[in-house]
Design a protein around this ligand. Structure first.
Ligand code: UDP
Length: 237
């Protein structure tokens, strides 16, 4: 069965990335996947949380929010369980590719605010957050400028089983109809950082899992190329 928007199983939605979208934050990226739109800003502070004081290590953390008008029914401005889970996922994912010692004692907070939600907001947040973080890190003084801060790049994409078929980058219509729903976070060099996969009202086989991961890997490869193009000479890995 063809996908409702005419894409093939392995097609991403149209991805748009705009750097320096707002003025004040050191990194500011608007990322769009179809109509899902997220603003990712990265702000630097010259101090770290108390438990890292004197450690000569930095910290990278993230916050995520869906703005009230980003969903068909107004989303109240509060931090619920889903929000907490997603912001922790974004922070963990970013830290997986950052050498915190190379950063020195400074903290970067990446804020991901969903302007328009149509499925895949956490994965778009992660893909955009990496670019905002790279931009922010390029503006700061490092203890050893020769020591790379990034060990790898990272991006994320959703995959799922819709109408019995594995597909890449689900929008809300597909997410709603999916029997298996998975978010995959990977490095640009093809290693996994995190996989969140759920069989909703259905189970899935090892064979289906392999197909989903293959689709995700293809998606991440394309997203990595887009990130690289967006950052140009600032590509940090
Ligand atoms: N959604 C919504 N209100 C909510 C949570 C989700 O309208 O409170 C919609 C939104 O379009 C979102 C989609 O459901 O993108 C899928 O949500 P999910 O929790 O799976 O996270 P996402 O795919 O956005 O990372």
């Amino acid at each position: 069965m063809p996908r409702h928007d005419g894409r093939s199983a392995s097609d991403l939605r149209s991805i748009k990335i705009k750097r320096r979208y707002t003025k004040n934050a050191a990194g500011s990226v608007l990322i769009q996947a179809g109509t899902t739109t997220v603003l990712c800003t990265a702000s630097v502070e010259s101090s770290v949380p108390p438990w890292l004081k004197g450690s000569e290590k930095g910290w990278v953390t993230a916050e995520y929010n869906m703005l009230p008008g980003s969903t068909p029914t107004r989303k109240a401005r509060k931090v619920d369980g889903r929000t907490t889970e997603i912001q922790r996922l974004i922070g963990r994912s970013l830290r997986a590719v950052v050498d915190l010692e190379a950063l020195g004692e400074q903290m970067i907070t990446v804020d991901c605010d969903v302007l328009d939600a149509d499925g895949g907001t956490r994965t778009a947040s992660i893909t955009g957050a990496f670019i905002a973080l790279a931009d922010a890190i390029s503006t700061i003084e490092l203890p050893d400028p020769k020591r790379p801060v990034f060990k790898d790049s990272l991006a994320a994409v959703s995959v799922g089983i819709v109408n019995g078929a594995p597909v890449l980058d689900l929008d809300y219509v597909e997410d709603f109809a999916a029997t298996v729903d998975m978010n995959v976070v990977m490095t640009g060099s093809g290693k996994f950082i995190e996989i969140q996969g759920t069989g909703e009202e259905a189970t899935f086989s090892e064979e289906e899992l392999a197909k989903l991961l293959k689709l995700a890997k293809g998606g991440i490869k394309q997203l990595t190329e887009m990130q690289q193009k967006a950052l140009g000479k600032k590509w940090p890995v």
